[in-house]
Design a protein around this ligand. Structure first.
Ligand code: S3P
Length: 429
């Protein structure tokens, strides 16, 4: 197991960073380009392990994908030319690959088997399997196909109306992809607003889709066409450095080209409500996605309650927000975040364990966390639990502890941010 020992920051954090491409958009860029007819170029692709699983899945399905650093060239031949893989497909740690690919594999006339690592094998797949079965899918696996490995006896699905019972962009996207390939029209009723990258990308790849409030309608039998795509920086990766800059004394940091899609920017809203010195400048667009530069300066924070609709908008940022809350004046309450229990690890337990080990006053609840601040943090030995975001949260915490922090299993950070430690060293100089 790979371990790293990190020293507190003594001089403050300074400089400018460009975080890697957005993870959610990178997965989707590969999916649409690989299903498309024609050659697509994808720029600023996230070369983290998760997105490379989606690349590998399509290579197994017979699509040629060339990678040169963060640029992909995807030689789509169209849906009809995908081939049945001779071996099982490995999704690694990637929930997004598992859920989105399930929508596709169920709908193609191919037999496929897919499996994941120890963490992914524990995560719920019934949330996609059950609605796909309503469309006529034949999916087999453990616990009535609620867990990977899964076998897909792909066949032509039928468009249906589905009312989602979980707020999940992965489930929504799986159903829209299945709907795009099915016979007839599919209607998805969303339970709440979740990231909308799938809906935004579909028209760019020539796919017809309609959205009316919480209802998304997609006609079936659609063949995507190739498109070139530039991917904005990942706000979920930027979040670690934004909080690092706010918490570490004498810091000023700018993160450039950060994706600011309104279904993803809850972290900015919350940090500003907590009184953060945070400014967004140079607002523009990368493709259809809004982006901007975000500058933070260290300063005091105040506690707040984070609950309700905004939770889905910042679900991946809750571990780092919990760290911010340990330094805020007052009691921060995070509620309605039960989904954190079924992420790469149980993030409610992992955040509470690691921050408690560092001396924070934090209690896990069934659906969130209660954090009393501010508390001085101390050095400790903690575990990433194989979860990239727990690893990065713990690394940011080490900047403000009074002695060294050791993080066990640091390599999982490669899942979403391969150059995280390089960037950390760069701003500490
Ligand atoms: C993602 C959706 C979210 C998020 C994950 C990426 C996506 O998961 O936590 O990191 O790309 O659609 P859920 O759909 O399970 O909420």
């Amino acid at each position: 197991m790979t371990t790293i020992e990190l020293q507190p920051a003594t001089k403050g954090l300074h400089g400018t960073l460009q975080v890697p491409g957005d993870k959610s958009i990178s997965h989707r860029a590969v999916i649409f380009s690989a299903l498309a007819e024609g050659t697509s170029h994808v720029y600023n692709f996230l070369t983290g392990e998760d997105c490379l699983r989606t690349v590998e899945a399509f290579r197994k399905l017979g699509v040629r994908i060339d990678q040169e650093a963060d640029k992909l060239t995807i030689y789509g031949q169209g849906i009809k030319h995908l081939v049945e893989p001779a071996a099982p497909i490995y999704f690694g740690n990637s929930g997004t690959t598992a859920r989105l690919m399930s929508g596709i594999l169920a709908a193609l006339p191919l037999f496929t088997v897919a499996y994941g690592d120890e963490s992914l094998a524990k995560r719920p797949m019934d949330r996609v399997v059950v609605p796909l079965e309503k469309m006529g899918a034949h999916i087999y696996g453990r616990e009535e196909a609620a867990r990977l490995p899964l076998a897909f006896k792909g066949n032509k699905l039928t468009g249906v109306t589905i009312e989602m019972n979980v707020k999940s962009a992965q489930v929504k996207s799986a159903l829209l992809l299945a709907g795009m390939l099915a016979e007839g029209e599919t209607k998805v009723y969303e339970k709440g607003v979740t990231r909308n990258h799938t809906e935004m990308l579909m028209p760019q790849y020539g796919i017809t889709i309609h959205k009316n409030r919480n209802v998304i309608t997609i006609p079936g039998n659609q063949q995507p066409v190739a498109s070139n795509l530039h991917i904005p920086g990942d706000i979920s990766s930027a979040a670690f450095f934004l909080v690092a800059g706010l918490l570490t004394e004498n810091s000023e940091l700018t993160i450039k080209n950060v994706g600011l899609n309104p279904t993803r920017d809850g972290i900015i809203t919350v940090l500003q409500k907590m009184g953060a010195k945070l400014a967004v400048t140079n607002r523009t667009y990368v493709g259809h996605e809004p982006v901007g530069d975000v500058t933070v300066e260290s300063g005091p924070l105040k506690a707040m309650t984070i609950e309700g609709d905004i939770i889905a908008n910042l679900i991946d940022e809750i571990p780092i927000l919990a760290l911010a809350a340990t330094q805020a004046e007052g009691t921060t309450v995070i509620k309605d975040a039960k989904e954190l229990r079924v992420k790469e690890t149980d993030r409610i337990a992992a955040v509470a364990n690691n921050l408690t080990a560092m001396g924070a006053n934090i209690e896990p609840t069934e659906d969130g966390l209660v954090i009393h601040g501010p508390t001085r943090l101390t050095g400790a030995v903690v575990h990433s639990y194989g979860d990239h975001r727990i690893g990065m949260m713990s690394a940011v915490a080490s900047l403000i502890t009074d002695s060294d922090v050791t993080i066990k299993d640091k390599n999982c950070i490669n899942i979403s941010y391969p150059n995280f430690f390089e960037h950390l060293t760069h701003i500490m100089k």
